[in-house]
Design a protein around this ligand. Structure first.
Ligand SMILES: Nc1ncnc2c1ncn2[C@@H]1O[C@H](COP(=O)(O)OP(=O)(O)OP(=O)(O)O)[C@@H](O)[C@H]1O
Ligand SMILES: [Mg+2]
Length: 239
């Protein structure tokens, strides 16, 4: 599909086995007037480079909280998170910002597109954050074509697109800076089965090219696209 260059082969040497991500006894507590909510409760696991993992569990079990921690969008109350060997708690705000911007792509459940920007502007927005200067509309078009969005839609605004088309734009936006970790929260949650399968074929292809993918889903058919499942109940990993 030519969406992204192949990822660099694993470096050889002592660090070649280093996990992309490590969670060690991570807890997240939300203090609420009615009492604390332990959204995550002592979560430990490792993600290896090139894995395709699905995260499953009942509503309210902590899946989105977990994904937000993985994407450094939120910080743990207890425990440690390491990304490529570096403890996120030791990173400066500037380092965390560039980590999120340059290495992590995030696909949200409800697309989160900017309603007033057209499709190319939406997709190239993270490039602007990266370069601090201009964006390359041609790169935007290239990624949009790779997710099979028709050229005729490029100058439309998101509300003029169907749910499936909007999700393709959201995928393209997550890929524009060529991230090596892709985090997806119910990427097919609002799509019909056939459109959802199209998005999953796209993910499978990206994973084959070396992108590490962690995906929240409640749908066992969608989870079948992944190669490992993490089950979470009441903020704890059960398998
Ligand atoms: N910002 C917040 N403030 C307070 N409590 C929160 C907050 N975010 C999440 N929670 C609580 O943490 C728990 C886990 O929420 P989370 O959103 O991670 O669940 P989830 O597994 O993603 O559920 P769903 O499948 O419905 O999306 C829930 O009890 C929720 O009410
Ligand atoms: Mg959720």
């Amino acid at each position: 599909m030519g969406i992204l260059p192949e990822k660099e082969p694993e470096v050889t040497g002592p660090d070649s086995d280093q996990p992309v991500m490590v969670f060690r006894d991570v807890a997240k507590v939300y203090p609420l007037p009615a009492g604390d909510v332990r959204a995550l409760d002592g979560v430990s696991f490792e993600v290896r480079r090139g894995e395709f993992i699905s995260v499953m569990g009942p509503s309210g079990s902590g899946k989105s909280t977990l994904l937000n921690m993985m994407g450094c969008l939120d910080t743990p109350t207890e425990g440690d998170i390491f990304i490529s060997g570096t403890r996120t708690g030791d990173m400066t705000d500037a380092e965390l910002t560039s980590l999120r911007r340059d290495r992590i792509g995030f696909i949200f459940q409800y697309f989160n597109l900017f309603p007033l920007l057209n499709i190319i502007e939406n997709v190239t927005f993270p490039m602007m954050l990266k370069s601090g200067r201009g964006v390359d509309p041609e790169r935007g078009k290239e990624v949009l074509r790779a997710v099979q969005l028709d050229d005729s839609l490029f100058t439309h605004t998101p509300t003029e697109l169907s749910g499936g088309q909007q999700q393709r734009v959201a995928v393209a936006r997550a890929l524009i800076n060529n991230p090596d970790i892709l985090l997806c929260d119910e990427p097919t949650g609002n799509l019909d089965t056939r459109t959802g399968a199209g998005i999953m074929d796209l993910m499978t292809d990206l994973n084959r090219r070396g992108t590490t993918i962690i995906m929240v889903t409640h749908d066992p058919h969608i989870a079948e696209y992944s190669r490992r499942t993490i089950q979470i109940i009441d903020g704890r990993i059960v398998s």
